[in-house]
Design a protein around this ligand. Sequence first.
Ligand code: SDX
Length: 433
Amino acid sequence: MADSPAHAVNAKLEINGTSVSYPIMKGSTGPDVVDIRKLFADTGAFTYDPGYKSTASCESALTYIDGDEGILLHRGYPIGQLAEHSSFMEVCYLLLNGELPKQAELEEFSYTISRHTMLHEQLATFYRGFRRDAHPMAIMCGVVGALSAFYHDSTDISDPEHRKISSHRLIAKMPTIAAMAYKYSVGQPFLYPKNDLSYTANFMRMTFGVPAEDYEVHPAVEKAMDRIFILHADHEQNASTSTVRLAGSSGANPFACIAAGIACLWGPAHGGANEAALNMLHEIGTPDRIKHYIERAKDKNDPFRLMGFGHRVYKNYDPRATVMQKTVREVFDALQVKDPVFETALQLEEIALSDDYFREKKLFPNVDFYSGIILSAIGFPTTMFTALFALARTVGWVAQWNEMISDPAQVIGRPRQLYTGPTERDYVPVEER
Ligand code: SDX
């Protein structure tokens, strides 16, 4: 962890006649924070911030987002540059180690990851316990949580070596687990990983290959998938990352913590939005129906929301959506496909962004708006979309978990509450009620 954040001035607060002041801490960039750790002890009052819209839960050096400017940096490197010039393996190394690797370091890291891609053979039978139509995210939650039953040799989280091995195992095995979830759903045999393939090509082959013939990964598709993994790698203290941190703060083993993150990511307000966004675009169907759905999204009495639009932090265009839209065109050209749903998405974006409701609320397309169109063109069913998000986000979850566990100031997360229930009262025997 960097030197403890500097603070120069204090924030003053008057509560119930008590005047207190707390240090304002500055990071390397971004909003300052008020260190209120002594507030309850000094005043007997809590802060109140459901959804944590004004709360920094931790100090981190991994990812920085400027929501107003639409900026996303991983260890200082802009997401657009990483998407253009880097690889997912290199971004994994960067997030875990803090610097871009030299060629030899990258080769060693990629070799290490590739040697952890196989699953314990008994886990293959674990899949048989699921119905064939089980949602891949249900399988991911179950199988990743079950990994703790197989790797007792790397769950001592106080041991940096154990943390490193379990981190590598999780990053390496997620593609195998996700591919097996897909194979199980379509009744095809599982394929073992091949160590001579890249991380992403290995995943593509395990997903779409069959034992009956060789599988050649289309280079443009491999590049697009690798870029999609980069775009999903980490994203500051989002809901699933905060879930992983909270689970990890109790000392739970890393496999259990990542399973908790997968469960949280599944929600349609979070990682489940990519599946929901494509389903929405298919429901809209043709561009002439867009206006009707825009009006529904604006109607307070209608629970319908434009999936893939809006973001807690971005009040500008999500820089990942920009790259994603460009990638749609590249994949369509490479595969010679045309999907009218892309035209519907482009027109929906144009109409929404010219509408006062969306402009005033600063609702722009997010990472989930275009991703489903690409994944569908490549051949993934919509039910696999969030599993792919989980695959890519595992490195972010693992990096954030490592950062938290190795922070000497780390304590168990335990928020308080504003209690609005009944005050103390005596028990009433049933015959007197
Ligand atoms: C991800 O946090 C991360 O970093 C997440 C993520 C990551 O990489 O980890 O970026 C990935 O989860 C992206 C977001 C994917 N979710 C969706 O696309 C689902 C649709 N979007 C929303 O449900 C919503 O925008 C959220 C959940 C993303 C953000 O919700 P907030 O910040 O709590 O905002 P809000 O729900 O309070 O909305 C503010 C206003 C509301 O109107 P008012 O009550 O102020 O009148 O905007 C409206 C909302 O009704 N609104 C929408 C809308 N999103 C917000 N109206 C229509 N369509 C939408 N999509």
